[in-house]
Write a protein that binds this ligand. Structure first.
Ligand SMILES: Cc1cc2nc3c(=O)[nH]c(=O)nc-3n(C[C@H](O)[C@H](O)[C@H](O)COP(=O)(O)OP(=O)(O)OC[C@H]3O[C@@H](n4cnc5c(N)ncnc54)[C@H](O)[C@@H]3O)c2cc1C
Length: 382
C-alpha cells in the first residue's frame, strides 16, 4: 500500500501495537484509538513462541523480553486432595523450543516503549460508527470526531467493536465453551518459588504462578453453562467465592485474602470463528478475529504473529492482495488450534466425576515424555 495511506488501528493491545510497530518501520504512520485512558496493564502470563519468538527477534525487542522473563522453572498439578499427580521441569519441557514466557503487561510495556513514537494515539476513545465507501472508510468516534481512512484494523480484542460494527451477525460464530474464568495478581501468599501450580477439582481448574517480581498470578476456570456476562466489578469476589465454596485450602486462601476493592478480571470463555476476517477496507486481527481463549496458551503469540503478517503484507502489496495474503498465512494455524482447544477444554474441566478421575489417572500414570511432547507441540504453532 501507498506509504501515505491513512491507517486506523482500533486497540492498543498486543496485536494493535505490534501492527503499529511494523507499519512504522515500513514508512507508515498509523493512528491508534484505544478505549482505555492509557496502555492497559492487566497481568497474566503469556508466551511468545516459535515463529513469534523469531519475529520478536527480528523486531529487535527479544532481549528486552528475555530480561523480563517470568523465571518459572517447574510446574506441578494437584488432585482434589492437594496431592501432586504430575510434575514437569521447564528445562526439559522447553528444551529445543524457542519460547519466552512473560507477563502480558511486560510485553505490552515493551511494545509500547518501542511503538510510542510510531503512531498518533487517541486514548479514552472508541469507534462509534463505520461506513464503508468504496476504497475508503468513514469513521465516527465516540467523542464526535470523524475521519476518513484507507484501512481500518480491528485489533480490539474478544469484544471487538470493529467486528460488531463492520460485520453482520451471520458472519460471526461465537462458541461459548461452557466455562468462565477469573484472574488476579496478589502477593506470594503460597510461598512458591519460580513455580507454576495447578489445582484440579471437579468442575474447577485453578492455576497459580510466580511472577518475576515474586508476586502470584492466579487464574480460576470453572464450569457454568450460562454464558451471561460477568457480574460488575464489586460483585466479582463474592461470585468467585461462591463458585469456589469448599475448594482446597491453597485456593481458598487466595480468594479469602482478596480485598473486594481490588480488581478481578472475569469473563466467559468464548471462541470467535469467522469465515473471513476482512470486508472491504476493514480487517480484524488477534482475538477480534479468532479468539482462542486462554486455554490455548497461544492467544498472545498468534495475535503477535497475525499482526506482524498483516503489517508486512500491507507494506509489500496492494490492499486487497495484502488482506488475502495475511488471511492465507494465519488461517491454517487458527483452523488447527481452535478445534483442538475446544476438544481439550474437557481435559481442563471435565464434565462429570468419572471423566475427572480418568483425567487425573492419566496425568498420574502417563510417562512425562508424553506430556513433554504435548507441550512442545502446543508451543510450536505460531
Ligand atoms: C486470564 C487470561 C489468561 C491468558 N493466558 C494466556 C497465556 O497463557 N498465553 C497466551 O498466549 N495468551 C493468554 N491469554 C490470551 C491473550 O491475553 C490474548 O489472546 C491476547 O491478549 C490477544 O491480543 P489482542 O491484541 O488481540 O487483544 P487484547 O490484548 O485483548 O487487546 C485489545 C485492546 O483493545 C482495546 N479495546 C477494546 N475495546 C476497544 C474499543 N471499543 N475501542 C478501542 N480499543 C478497544 C483493549 O483495551 C486492549 O488494549 C490469556 C487471556 C486471559 C484473559
Amino acid at each position: 500500500m501507498d506509504r501515505n495511506s491513512r491507517i486506523l488501528i482500533s486497540g492498543a493491545g498486543i496485536a494493535g501495537l505490534t501492527a503499529a510497530l511494523w507499519l512504522h518501520r515500513a514508512g507508515f504512520r498509523p493512528t491508534i484509538v484505544e478505549k482505555a485512558p492509557d496502555i492497559r496493564v492487566h497481568g497474566f502470563i503469556i508466551s511468545l513462541s516459535h515463529h513469534s519468538y523469531h519475529l520478536a527477534e527480528e523486531m529487535g525487542i527479544l532481549d528486552d523480553l528475555i530480561e523480563l522473563n517470568n523465571r518459572v522453572r517447574n510446574s506441578s498439578y494437584h488432585d482434589r486432595t492437594g496431592r501432586p499427580i504430575l510434575k514437569l521441569d521447564y528445562d526439559r519441557l522447553f528444551d529445543g523450543v524457542s519460547i519466552v514466557q512473560i507477563m502480558r503487561d511486560d510485553l505490552q510495556n515493551v511494545l509500547y516503549d518501542h511503538a510510542r513514537h510510531c503512531a498518533d494515539y487517541m486514548f479514552s476513545n472508541s469507534i462509534a460508527k463505520i461506513e464503508p465507501a468504496g476504497e475508503e472508510v468513514f469513521v465516527t468516534f465516540e467523542d464526535g470526531q470523524e475521519g476518513v481512512y484507507d484501512l481500518v484494523i480491528g485489533a480490539d480484542g474478544l469484544h471487538s467493536v470493529v467486528r460488531e460494527l463492520a460485520f453482520s451477525k451471520d458472519e460471526i460464530t461465537e462458541h461459548f465453551m461452557g466455562l468462565h474464568a477469573a484472574a488476579f495478581r496478589c502477593e506470594n501468599l503460597l510461598d512458591l518459588t519460580h513455580k507454576y501450580e495447578a489445582y484440579l477439582e471437579p468442575q474447577r481448574h485453578t492455576a497459580v504462578y510466580t511472577t518475576r517480581t515474586n508476586e502470584l498470578s492466579a487464574i480460576f476456570i470453572w464450569a457454568d453453562k450460562n454464558p451471561a456476562v460477568p457480574p460488575p466489578g464489586e460483585a466479582r469476589l463474592s461470585h468467585l467465592s461462591d463458585v469456589y465454596r469448599g475448594a482446597i485450602p491453597q485456593v481458598r486462601k487466595l480468594i479469602d485474602t482478596r480485598h473486594p476493592d481490588h480488581g478481578i478480571f472475569m469473563d466467559a470463555l468464548i471462541q470467535i470463528e469467522m469465515k473471513k476476517w476482512s470486508k472491504g477496507r476493514v480487517v480484524l486481527v488477534g482475538d477480534a478475529a479468532h479468539s482462542l481463549t486462554l486455554l490455548s496458551g497461544q492467544g498472545a503469540s498468534i495475535a503477535f504473529a497475525g499482526a506482524s503478517a498483516l503489517a508486512k503484507a500491507i507494506a509489500d502489496m496492494p490492499a486487497d492482495e495484502a488482506l488475502a495474503h495475511y488471511e492465507n498465512t494465519i488461517r491454517p494455524i487458527i483452523s488447527e488450534v481452535q478445534p483442538t482447544v475446544r476438544k481439550n477444554a474437557r481435559w481442563y474441566v471435565p464434565g462429570g466425576l468419572g471423566f475427572h478421575l480418568l483425567r487425573d489417572c492419566t496425568m498420574r500414570f502417563l510417562p512425562n515424555e508424553i506430556w513433554i511432547r504435548y507441550f512442545k507441540s502446543k508451543y510450536s504453532k505460531a
